[in-house]
Design a protein around this ligand. Structure first.
Ligand code: MRU
Length: 353
């Protein structure tokens, strides 16, 4: 079985799986430039914090490869900086694009200042940096999967028959491959430790029912879909062992912004004495933000709530509130924050930066 790939890239050619078409069809669209990537991210044809950053950066690589040879380093630097600043404005909550942009601009400034570096060499170094993101994200996710699976087995004391709940989509579709929280679930499945995954529908955009359910069926993992308002009943009925979710931005104190509905699951997990985990690469941690209070929360169009496709499902004229994300306080993340460097309690993050 071919692995599900949200992002395909080879030497200047970038294609993404249009996630708006899932689960009906697997349609790839071509991203020719930064503007295409910005729109695809804004319209959520590609989504998920790591995937947003990777597509953004690879779209810049596509443009860099097309850039005429012979440009000065100053021109190159301004080009890269301007395009990255634009990409960061596509969606506000996930920090990965911003951190990736900062790292790339830093590299570009260093190359600019170094008189021993020719413009052509600087361009190659920037391309190498941007194009390395796909492989390094997969490597990080594999490590997250291993660390998370081991920790869940250890903390629950159960080697098999684990019942895990997850929210939103954190799998191959949200990353370069394998996934973060869904990667941990994948690792539990690989080691025959998994009994059942309970995935929430994740209203209103339905990342759970459209995307996670698609990945779970595709990979033949034992899974059950629940609506968001069934979470408490499911926790009690199925004796869930652990809940694991992804992150769009983790503040320095461990408070975590993730898909709307994550906070309510963490509150419910506490009531039911269930371990609650966040799985995210270090590129989702914003050490500049002391707590979750300063995380910008994206507000999405009301039509996501009032319509299913083109059919109106809510009374015309009703006022709506549609935040895309919420913030889970660090103290509710009882299992820990699973990263590519290991599993940390919130107060250990800064030390391990
Ligand atoms: O609005 P989305 O679909 O981009 O939100 C995605 C999430 O909230 C994910 O949980 C998060 O980005 C982590 S993806 C590995």
């Amino acid at each position: 079985m071919a692995t599900l790939q949200a992002i395909k890239y080879e030497a200047g050619k970038l294609d993404i799986l249009d996630q708006l078409q899932l689960p009906e069809s697997c349609t790839y669209i071509s991203i020719e430039n930064v503007q295409d990537a910005w729109l695809a991210i804004r319209e959520m044809k590609v989504r998920g914090a790591p995937a947003i950053a990777i597509v953004g950066c690879l779209s810049l690589a596509v443009e860099l490869r097309k850039l005429q040879d012979g440009q000065s380093k100053e021109v190159l630097h301004n080009f890269v900086k301007e395009k990255l600043e634009y990409l960061v404005t596509s969606r506000p909550t996930a920090v990965n694009m911003q951190l990736a942009a900062e790292a790339c601009v830093k590299l570009s400034s260093e190359l600019l200042k170094d008189d021993s570096v020719e413009a052509a060499v600087a361009k190659d170094a920037l391309l190498k940096h941007l194009e390395a993101m796909l492989a390094s994200d997969i490597a990080d996710n594999l490590a997250i999967g291993d660390y998370g699976a081991k920790d869940i087995v250890e903390k629950t004391g159960k080697k098999d028959k684990l019942r895990i709940m997850t929210h939103c989509n954190t799998g191959s579709l949200a990353t370069a491959g394998y996934g973060t929280a869904l990667g941990v679930i994948r690792s539990l499945h690989k080691t025959h430790s998994l009994d059942q995954v309970y995935c929430t529908e994740t209203r209103p955009y339905n990342q759970g029912s459209r995307l996670t359910a698609f990945e779970l069926v595709y990979e033949k993992m034992p899974a059950t879909l629940i609506c968001d308002n069934m979470a408490a009943a499911a926790m009690r009925q199925f004796q869930i062992d652990a809940i694991i979710v992804g992150a769009d931005r983790v503040a320095a104190n461990g408070d975590t912004a993730n898909k709307i509905g994550t906070y309510q699951l963490a509150v419910l997990a506490k009531s039911h004495n269930i371990l609650f985990y966040v799985a995210a690469p270090f590129s989702s941690i914003d050490f500049e933000i002391p707590s979750g209070q300063s995380i910008p929360i994206e507000e999405r169009p009301h039509s996501e709530m009032t319509h299913t496709g083109s059919i109106r499902t809510a009374a015309a004229g009703i006022n709506c509130w549609n935040p895309g994300f919420d913030v889970t306080p660090a103290e509710l993340i009882t299992g820990g924050i699973v990263t590519e460097k290991g599993v940390f309690k919130a107060d250990q993050l800064v030390r391990n930066q």
